[in-house]
Write a protein that binds this ligand. Structure first.
Ligand code: GH3
Ligand code: MG
Ligand code: MG
Length: 183
């Protein structure tokens, strides 16, 4: 019974579609890591990532292909992080959230750029077959030394994601700047 409970608990921390951490695990980890960073006055970063024009991807290729795309992107994102406490999760729909404890803005920006590049390099076709148009993501990066609630970190990253979308998608934005690295 104990074993079954542990298994159920583990299963419910995993997103059924993509196999990465789900929203519940994200919420739990963010609260825990936020409190730790608060105690230690250390920085914590959050990257919010959203697939660009995903509605039209679904409309063109169908929902099953859309699901495959989500799996491929999720795997690519989770393979980008290297540290044991970094957490890549499916925040909801076609949005992903990456928690980077003990990571400052520069480090988080590097990770976000690498993730953006990695997804573009997957070269998942989008649009007509004769077009060289691939699935891309936009990302918003926030880094804080905690005070107050973890929702402030989510709000800041979300605002930056919105900024990245507004300035043309397939790019990374943080509170101080919006940049695109095409290399
Ligand atoms: P933007 O570049 O502004 O993010 O545009 P978008 O089309 O990606 O954004 P929008 O929020 O309009 O559409 C999100 C789409 O993601 C619509 C929804 O059908 C799709 N989606 C969300 N969850 C899933 C899922 O689990 N599977 C599939 N196939 N599609 C999903
Ligand atoms: Mg979205
Ligand atoms: Mg989207």
């Amino acid at each position: 019974m104990m074993e079954l409970n542990q298994k159920l608990e583990r299963l419910s921390a995993i997103d059924g579609l993509t196999g990465i951490a789900n929203r519940r695990q994200f919420d739990e980890a963010l609260n825990r890591l936020w409190r730790r960073a608060l105690r230690e006055s250390s920085p914590i970063s959050l990257i919010m990532i959203d697939i660009d024009h995903f509605k039209s991807y679904n409309d063109t290729y169908g929902h099953l292909a859309g699901d495959d795309c989500l799996r491929v992107v999720a795997q690519a994102l989770s393979q980008t992080v290297k540290r044991p406490f970094d957490l890549v999760s499916r925040y909801g729909g076609e949005e992903f959230a990456v928690i980077l404890p003990d990571t400052n803005r520069e480090g988080a920006m590097l990770m976000a750029h690498e993730m953006r590049r990695t997804v573009e390099a997957l070269a998942v076709p989008r649009g007509q077959p004769d077009q060289n148009d691939h699935v891309t993501v936009s990302a918003g990066v926030a880094s804080l030394i905690p005070s107050g609630e973890p929702s402030s970190l989510i709000a800041a990253a979300d605002a930056c994601l919105y900024q990245a979308k507004r300035s043309g998608r397939n790019r990374v934005a943080c509170t101080l700047e919006t940049e695109k690295i095409s290399a």
